[in-house]
Design a protein around this ligand. Structure first.
Ligand code: ATR
Length: 269
C-alpha cells in the first residue's frame, strides 16, 4: 500500500488525512495517509526517513513549504515563483515538488461560478500564500492584479519576479483603483484580526475571498462587507484547502477526485 502524509508543525489540526482518505475511498484506491510532525530544524531528516521507509508523497504545510521546495531535485514553474511547495513526492527516484495552492484557489472560485477573466483583482499580502497563488491568477487572464502589502517592498519583489505588464505593487495606506474581487492572503484572520488599510478600495468589491477559514464568517470578510457599497459575496479558504488536496491527489494517482462530498462533510463539521 502506498504511503502518504502531511508534514508540518503543528500538525494535529490538519484535515488533509480525512480529505485524502475520503478521495481514496471514493475511487477505491488503497493508501495510508498520516500526520507527520517534524521539529522545525529536522525537516530534512524527517523527510529522508519518510522516503527511505517507503513513503511516496507528502503534503507540506507551515512552516516547511520553503524547505520542501529546496528538498526537491525537480520543481515546477509555480513552485519556483512561490519558492515553496505543498506537494513533495518521489517519482522514478527523483524528488519532485509542486505547489497546488494557486490552482486550488482558482478551482474553488470556479466552483462558486466566479470567473477571474477581465476582472480587477486586489491581493492583500505578499507572503508565501500570495506567491503560491499569483501564477494561477495570471493564467485566468484578469484585467489587472494589484498586490498590496504592509511591507510594500515584498509586493514589489513579486511584481518584479513575475514581470508581466498588468501586475502592480502597493502599500496598504493608499490603494489606488477600483476592484471586482479582493483576495486576502495575509495571516490576519487566523487571529481574528484585520489589516489596517485604505478601505475605500472595497467600495465596488463584489467578491471577498479569504484564504483562511473559520466556523464563522472570517474577520476579513466581515471587514469587507462593512466597507463595501455593493452586495458582497464572501468565500473562505475551506474550498481552496479541498481543491489543492484534489490537485495533489491528481499528481499522485493520475485521477482527480470529485470534491463535493468532502466539501459537505467539512462544512458540517
Ligand atoms: P504565509 O505563508 O501565510 O503567506 P507569511 O509568508 O508570513 O505567511 O506572510 C504573512 C503575510 O501577512 C505578509 O504579507 C504580512 O505582511 P508583511 O509582509 O508586512 O509582514 C501579512 N500580515 C500579517 N499580519 C498582518 C497585519 N496585522 N496587517 C497587515 N498585514 C499582515
Amino acid at each position: 500500500m502506498k504511503q502518504f502524509a502531511v508534514i508540518g508543525n503543528p500538525i494535529t489540526h490538519s484535515k488533509s488525512p480525512l480529505i485524502h482518505q475520503t478521495f481514496a475511498k471514493q475511487l477505491n484506491i488503497e493508501l495510508s495517509y498520516t500526520l507527520l510532525e517534524s521539529e522545525p530544524d529536522q525537516f530534512k531528516q524527517t523527510v529522508d526517513a519518510f522516503f527511505s521507509n517507503g513513503g511516496t508523497g507528502l503534503n507540506v504545510t507551515t512552516p516547511f513549504k520553503q524547505d520542501a521546495y529546496e528538498y526537491a531535485n525537480q520543481t515546477t514553474t509555480q513552485s519556483k515563483i512561490a519558492q515553496a511547495a505543498n506537494t513533495l513526492y518521489i517519482d522514478d527516484g527523483i524528488y519532485k515538488a509542486d505547489t497546488t495552492d494557486g490552482i486550488g484557489l482558482v478551482t474553488d472560485l470556479k466552483f462558486h461560478n466566479y470567473s477571474l477573466t477581465n476582472k480587477k483583482i486586489l491581493v492583500l499580502g505578499a507572503g508565501g500564500a500570495a506567491k503560491g497563488a499569483i501564477l494561477a491568477l495570471i493564467e485566468e487572464s484578469p484585467h489587472s492584479i494589484v498586490i498590496a502589502n504592509r511591507t510594500k517592498s515584498k509586493a514589489e519583489q513579486i511584481v518584479s519576479d513575475i514581470n508581466v505588464n498588468n501586475i502592480f505593487a502597493s502599500g496598504l495606506e493608499t490603494i489606488e483603483g477600483d476592484f471586482d474581487i479582493v483576495i486576502n492572503s495575509t495571516s490576519c484572520s487566523i487571529t481574528d484580526d484585520v489589516p489596517e488599510m485604505d478601505t475605500s478600495c472595497f467600495k465596488h468589491i463584489s467578491v471577498s475571498y479569504d484564504m483562511s477559514y473559520k466556523p464563522h464568517v472570517t474577520s476579513f470578510n466581515q471587514y469587507v462587507i462593512k466597507n463595501s457599497h455593493s452586495n458582497v459575496k464572501t468565500i473562505d479558504g475551506l474550498g481552496m484547502l479541498v481543491e489543492q488536496a484534489a490537485e495533489s491527489f491528481l499528481i499522485w494517482h493520475g485521477i482527480r477526485p470529485d470534491t463535493s462530498q468532502i466539501r459537505k462533510l467539512l462544512r458540517e463539521q
